[in-house]
Design a protein. Sequence first.
Length: 464
Amino acid sequence: MSSIKSPFCVVLFLALLITSLMVFLKIWYCGLQECAHATELLSGHRSLLHELRERRQEISNLRKAADHQYFVRKPDLEKGTKRNGDIRSSSMDEVGCEELKNVQVVDFLGSGYTKTVLKALLPQGVPVALKSVNSQGTDMRKCLEDYKDPFSCQELVSFKLRKEVILLQRFQHTNIVKLRGHCQDNALVGGVTVVLEQGIPLQMIQLLQSPWEERFRVCYGLVRLLQYLSSSPLGSVALLDFQPRQFVLVSGELKLTDLDDASMEEPACRSDADCAVRFPLRNFSVPCSSRGVCEGLNEKRNLYNAYRYFFTYLLPHQAPPTLMPLVNQIMNSTGELRHGVNEILDSFEKIFHLYKSGRHLENLPPSIIRGYAVLKGVGSEGNTDLRCWPSYDQQGCALSVHDAAEAAHICNSHPQCTSFSLSDRKTWTGRVIASFRSGFARLRPDVNSVVYVRKARMSGAPPL
Ligand SMILES: Nc1ncnc2c1ncn2[C@@H]1O[C@H](COP(=O)(O)OP(=O)(O)OP(=O)(O)O)[C@@H](O)[C@H]1O
Ligand SMILES: *[C@@H]1O[C@H](CO)[C@@H](O)[C@H](O)[C@H]1NC(C)=O
Ligand SMILES: *[C@@H]1O[C@H](CO)[C@@H](O)[C@H](O)[C@H]1NC(C)=O
């Protein structure tokens, strides 16, 4: 009987055996010094795997939330049956891996923490922007430092591009960059290329020097975008990283291009204190709803960012004096977040219609034009020492006007102005571009132009 050990002893013995075996293995495996490093790598790898799992989950949730329509039809398979020479309509997401083999990269457009953007020409010569993972970017560098696993890091960083594709497929708006296609190389998990309509990176400095009409256009486009995002197909969207560099201009129209920091959920809350957003100069909050979400916080956050990054710089400066009260109202209600995006959009629309129709000029006397001799079918050229700023032309003084009367009013207020001409060039609101001159060397035939010569100053004009 004494030879039979109690079960307790067996367990103890086994436990000891396993522990010493593990210690032995660990010493043997890592060597005494490298052990700490190896376990660190091991735990680092675990958190990398954890993060990859989370991103995969996020992408799959996003897909579920997005309409299934797109994913039911397999665009890449369909594309294989299409042939060159197809007339590519403006419809979305048509350029695939096959087409991308034949593009010609012609320029570098920009890069950020996550992505590199190149300009390329499709076989038909259409310019597009190609986004891919920036292997020198901060995201990639940090991942490599933490995990030292290039393959998994490529996959991790590329989730941001995949998120962007899903969002661009769902969001369709004039002020969001158009998705022209994408390619996900299955052999290389992180090999995602996104094909977008090409724009020009937003240069705030340049925009500050452009006419009010163009600056107003950018702000108006931004508000239309924010209204769309406040009730988008995926709910109320906040742009967490809201900066001018997330936007581009396409023919003067503002377009959002960076969507990887978009949040599709209003923050969850237990009390009102959880629903605060902090900015350097202001704090804002909304009440915590009975559902436990900060309802409307995303919209408020976007609006205040629009105010602090765009409106303060672009909107009031050189606005037409009669529109100033409305502009100030917008500045005030966004700066204090007194109104929602719908009311702000209403105010923008009011300004737009007044400006486009010329009703903001109502008190100009029509007789003002009688001080000018009208020469139809001619243009003037040469010798234009009149300069104004900001001008639509690099040289000379080209401003937008509603009609000849507004141009005459402008010319009258500049002592050196002796004439102006109206061309068939129009701005985005439909206003006419007028060129103002202090004299001209010659007149030339031009059916699309009319020259107005200031009568009191006609002595300086050449004989006809
Ligand atoms: N469609 C486009 N046309 C022209 N330039 C573009 C386009 N899309 C992006 N860019 C330029 O490339 C830059 C980087 O793009 P994007 O913002 O998507 O990358 P990111 O790594 O997420 O940047 P960030 O670190 O600023 O968040 C942009 O700041 C912009 O200047
Ligand atoms: C915003 O709130 C924080 C924290 O409550 C506070 O420290 C800060 O002073 C507030 N800022 C302003 C501008 O009110
Ligand atoms: C808005 O207007 C009020 C008074 O009408 C003023 O006190 C406040 O400073 C203004 N705020 C902004 C941001 O212009």
